[in-house]
Unconditional design. Structure first.
Length: 129
């Protein structure tokens, strides 16, 4: 249970780490207005953070309905998935080593995989109910 609380805490922390440009907030049209690489990186961080927050919510919802053993199995799978995402996205971003787009590639990959994981969790656990 401590691991579950720690994982949720980490995911929620990630949800609030984006730094929007002056005078704007994440989700207020920043992505449409992003022009510079810095603005694109900020936008991608906000998108990743939004996806991570969504993932944390579904993870918490699913976990609340499981038995202790099922919750332990989910936690192990989620830890493995987080490691996979980290390594997979790092490998993808490494293709752009030295380029200013590398952070946006990494963040975009993390956001995409988080959204896919939300779908997986819904499919797996909605089907089991």
């Amino acid at each position: 249970m401590l691991r579950e609380v720690r994982l949720i805490g980490i995911l929620m922390l990630l949800a609030f780490t984006a730094v929007p440009r002056e005078g704007s907030t994440a989700g207020d049209g920043l992505c449409e207005d992003a022009v510079t690489q810095r603005e694109i990186n900020i936008c991608m961080a906000a998108e990743r953070d939004k996806a991570d927050a969504k993932l944390a919510r579904i993870y918490e919802e699913v976990g609340a309905e499981l038995s202790d053993k099922e919750r332990d199995d989910l936690e192990k799978a989620q830890q493995a998935w987080l490691q996979y995402r980290k390594l997979n996205c790092a490998a993808e971003a490494a293709l752009y080593e030295g380029g200013t787009i590398k952070p946006a590639i990494l963040l975009g990959c993390e956001a995409k995989l988080a959204e896919e994981r939300v779908g997986e969790l819904r499919r797996i656990y909605d089907a089991s109910r």
